[in-house]
Ligand binder design. Structure first.
Ligand code: AMP
Length: 228
């Protein structure tokens, strides 16, 4: 964590964008570069489903349909996670908020811990490219590194470049039909947050149709500025 005599401070960054925009990939890169904690409500919900908690049981079918889990469940899960000590280092929110109710709840949660949103970064992409991006993606089950059949394949087939793991996972909701519902949910419920964060003076827009490293460099500049 940064010390008091350093010019940097813990930042709260939000990554906004439709499924497939690269939020998870970029959040992991920012996490490594700046020591911020990646908070993905999708990951927290998938863990709750796997653990069979009440929240997980309620969320399972909704996630499989590509719809949004209730604000109540998601806010409760995020609230619990934000209270963990590591989050004092600063966080990158990936996949939250997804509704105006969640955005307002986030302001209250951050207020409790004396934090505020430094930047809400909108990853701008074209819908048509998203289905291809999503349908080719997979993750290392051991370390969580993300890959893509075309855009970021493993060097050796089905062996993680990072940790050598061989247990590759493809998400159940990464199929063409569910992706269509997820994109619809994004446009109807989440895209209005772009104007919301603009009104709050924290919006940054990034063209996210390019290569992973070029986008990462742009995000690093924004993150760096947010920490000073
Ligand atoms: P993601 O991993 O961010 O693509 O999320 C996968 C699924 O989890 C989504 O399609 C939703 O069903 C659910 N989900 C994740 N984050 C949220 C959120 N902030 N609000 C509502 N549902 C969410």
């Amino acid at each position: 964590m940064d010390t008091a005599n350093s010019a940097t401070k813990p930042a709260v960054l939000i990554l906004l964008g439709p499924p497939g925009a690269g939020k998870g990939t970029q959040a992991r890169m920012l996490e490594e570069k700046f020591g911020l904690v990646q908070l993905s409500t999708g990951d927290l919900l998938r863990a709750a489903v796997a653990a069979g908690t009440d929240a997980g049981k309620a969320a399972k079918a909704v996630m499989e349909a590509g719809e949004l889990v209730s604000d109540e469940i998601v806010i409760a899960i995020l609230r619990d996670r934000l209270r963990d000590e590591d989050c004092a280092r600063g966080v990158i929110l990936d996949g939250f908020p997804r509704t105006t109710v969640q955005a307002e709840a986030l302001d209250h949660l951050l207020e409790e811990s004396g934090q505020k949103i430094n930047a809400a970064i909108s990853l701008e992409v074209e819908d048509a490219a998203m289905v291809t991006r999503i349908s080719g993606r997979f993750t290392c089950g051991s370390c969580g590194e993300g890959y893509h059949d075309t855009f970021k394949p493993t060097t050796v087939s089905d062996v993680c470049d990072k940790c050598g793991g061989t247990d590759m996972i493809r998400r159940a909701d990464d199929n063409a039909e569910t992706v269509a519902s997820r994109l619809e949910a994004y446009h109807a419920q989440t895209a209005p947050l772009i104007a919301y964060f603009d009104r709050h003076g924290v919006l940054k827009s990034v063209n996210a149709m390019g290569g992973i490293d070029a986008i990462a460099a742009e995000l690093a500049t924004i993150a760096e500025a947010a920490r000073h």
